[in-house]
Design a protein. Structure first.
Length: 334
């Protein structure tokens, strides 16, 4: 079985247009003395009940418990187009606003790279890198696959015979699957990959419609109930949360595959400087609180705590990596 580094990037094929922090709207960016007043809307670009809703509700709870802001925070869902509906609406209806935030994920950036003609995440203002989730490899308890190499060997021997479930095309799960297959020179197009949403991954794994599920920590409940086993995680190093501290990384198993499904906070285009600074500082302070750490441990999140400048640097690197992966998947054309 051939194992090699699969993270080398191709030349960047999209131009980064992320709005730099410090380029806010308003004549001089001066903050109102009482900012923030009234209601602050934290928008989710996905359907209610998913991982982004959990993140936003956790933010609202922790900021309330810690008193880091007096703002009245509310969650608003604007689903559609893997985040493109939300970014388009924020640009068209709320450009320059100081009362709108967006919490989103790598899927939103992936969609923006695939649809660069429209307003996407690259047009928003980065405020904070919040945390990362990673892709786990799950099999049923009675599966003949006992370690990750069993799965990869089976893919190498007969790619179409291994039924694989994961999130939508272009998602973190999808990219991890493609990169593992690439490590044994199997093109993604040869795989039997079923894009699934929400609880469908769990249902299909337990029902036998798929042999392997690539998914987030939400499926760890199946491991704890004895219905499934977890073989590996796409984190760059071992995670420290109690429920996942014994899960080996793909890297330590010999596959140079890492991919995070990060969560970050953004403002609309032309967000005033004072609002950028306020929310950048607030999210940074939140990331160091015991309350946020407790939520992260409970949900197997890896806190990143990136400030606006750090988050922008991260996004520039992420764009290059995603462009590489999406091009190889055929989701971005050269």
């Amino acid at each position: 079985m051939k194992k090699r580094n699969i993270l080398g990037g191709l030349a960047l094929t999209a131009t980064l247009t992320l709005t730099a922090c410090g380029g806010g709207g308003g004549a001089d960016g001066a903050a109102p003395d009482d900012y923030p007043t009234g209601q602050i809307t934290i928008n989710s670009p996905f359907n209610p009940g998913g991982g982004i809703d959990l993140a936003i509700n956790s933010i609202i709870a922790v900021l309330g418990e810690t008193g880091l802001t007096d703002a009245q925070l509310r969650l608003n869902n604007m689903p559609g187009g893997s985040g493109m509906v939300a970014t388009g609406t924020l640009a068209s209806d709320h450009s320059g606003a100081d009362d709108q935030l967006l919490v989103t994920s790598v899927s939103n950036l992936s969609a923006s790279l695939q649809d660069s003609a429209n307003v996407g995440l690259l047009n928003m203002v980065p405020l904070a890198g919040l945390f990362a989730e990673y892709t786990y490899v799950y099999v049923r308890q009675d599966s003949p696959f006992t370690q990750l190499s069993d799965v990869v060997d089976a893919i190498e021997a007969n790619p179409g015979a291994v039924k694989i479930g994961g999130a939508s095309l272009g998602s973190a799960d999808n990219i991890v699957v493609a990169n593992l297959a690439k490590s044994v020179d199997v093109p993604f197009s040869a795989l039997a990959y079923l894009p699934l949403e929400g609880g469908e991954n769990q249902t299909n794994l337990l029902g036998g419609q798929i042999d392997v599920a690539f998914g987030g920590p939400d499926l760890l409940d199946l491991v704890e109930s004895g219905d499934a086993r977890v073989l590996a995680v796409s984190a760059p190093e071992r995670l420290t949360a109690e429920r996942v501290k014994d899960v080996p990384t793909m890297t330590e198993l010999g596959y140079d595959v890492t991919q995070s499904n990060w969560r970050g906070a953004f403002g609309p285009p032309e967000m005033p400087e004072y609002a950028q600074k306020y929310w950048g500082d607030t999210f940074k302070a939140m990331s160091t609180t015991p309350e946020w750490q407790a939520v992260a441990d409970q949900n197997s999140w890896d806190i990143t705590g990136l400030d606006p400048a750090e988050f922008q640097d991260f996004l520039e690197n992420e764009q290059q990596s995603l462009t590489d992966s999406l091009t190889e998947l055929g989701l971005i054309q050269n």
